[in-house]
Design a protein around this ligand. Sequence first.
Ligand code: NAD
Length: 382
Amino acid sequence: MINVGVIGTGYIGPVHIEALNRISGVKVKAVTDVNPELARKTAENYNVEHVYNDYTEILRDPSIDVIHNCTPNRLHYSITKEAIKYEKHVLSEKPLAMTLSEAEELAELAEKKGIVTGIDFCYRYYPVVQEMAVRVRRGDAGKVRMVSGTYFQDWLFFPTDYTWRLEKSESGESNIAADLGSHWFDLIQFVTGLKVVEVMADFATLIPVRKKPTRQVIAFEEAKEAETVDVKIEIEEYAAVLFRLSNGAPGSFTTCQACAGRKSDTEFQIYGDQCSFAWNHSKSTELWIGHREKPNETLIESPTALDSSTAAYATLPGGHPLGYHDAVLNLFKDFYQVLKNGKEPATNIARPTFSAGYEEMKILNALVESHKTRRWVQVKNL
Ligand SMILES: NC(=O)c1ccc[n+]([C@@H]2O[C@H](COP(=O)([O-])OP(=O)(O)OC[C@H]3O[C@@H](n4cnc5c(N)ncnc54)[C@H](O)[C@@H]3O)[C@@H](O)[C@H]2O)c1
């Protein structure tokens, strides 16, 4: 049995536990949260044996093999670094850290220590997104000419909506480019196999003063009834980015968390010189393939319609749609396969490790610099 400790039981921690409970040979042995009541309730809901008072107790427990870091961004670096010192394998939430130098250090340290790493870029693991990656990378779209997309949400629409993500000290130099941009840029690099090499970013804070609840609010929780204090917001909940890919292709991306009616609406479109591919989270089982001279196609998620290397991710017969929990499960299954078999899964494309987390932090670093300096910035190592 592989024993797991989950650190942070707000919104995403229980999503991790839900998936972990569906993987054979894996057991969530302990949870912890700085809010003990949340940790206790989570343990009760998911039959977890131990609630520890502090994450260091999880790290010191020699029976725990893996930790899942589900805390706010501020704690990704320190908790993950300490976990690596204790030789725990780590699955981290995104972004990997708050700064590029922290991310670099974590990726290097994990590699040096032979730690198995993973980062929860879960949108990659919708079966038709995996399929799109196989097809685009093998050349079905031809040369990628242009990429575009969006990621819109509305959970920060009202001035009374609040999250730690809006605070520099908790989130880093960016809110939405780090939060949603990290997923989106990971998706397009994953699907095309190309790198984002240059960016031009424009960030905006749409609601400059918000009402911060005086009690803890977990992600996506409505806090209209809570006592509040007015706070000035320093980081963005809107970002627009122009970028160039490593083959010279241009792209554009817009994201915002104050778009009434948009819940977790992300989509991306790859336009090649042979055909086009597009995916939209609101129709997550459909892969759209666009043609100039014949009818367009819609490939519906189904193990019999997918490439042999991606079919295993579509775990139900066609017509029985998978969802967000299943995408997370697919990612975790690949991670735990490495721990069980000592080698990477035999899919065509690498799973997201700390190296993917580092790649994304390079883009984020360039986005922040571009916004501050109002110019194009190269995506580069430190
Ligand atoms: N992959 C995804 O799709 C996805 C979705 C949501 C969130 N996330 C990421 O997950 C992380 C957490 O986000 P969330 O939405 O769950 O936030 P959240 O605020 O709902 O939950 C975070 C939890 O961490 C706890 N915490 C804070 N300090 C702690 C400490 N020292 N020890 C233990 N627990 C501590 C908080 O009490 C809270 O319960 C973020 O980095 C976010 O970017 C990823």
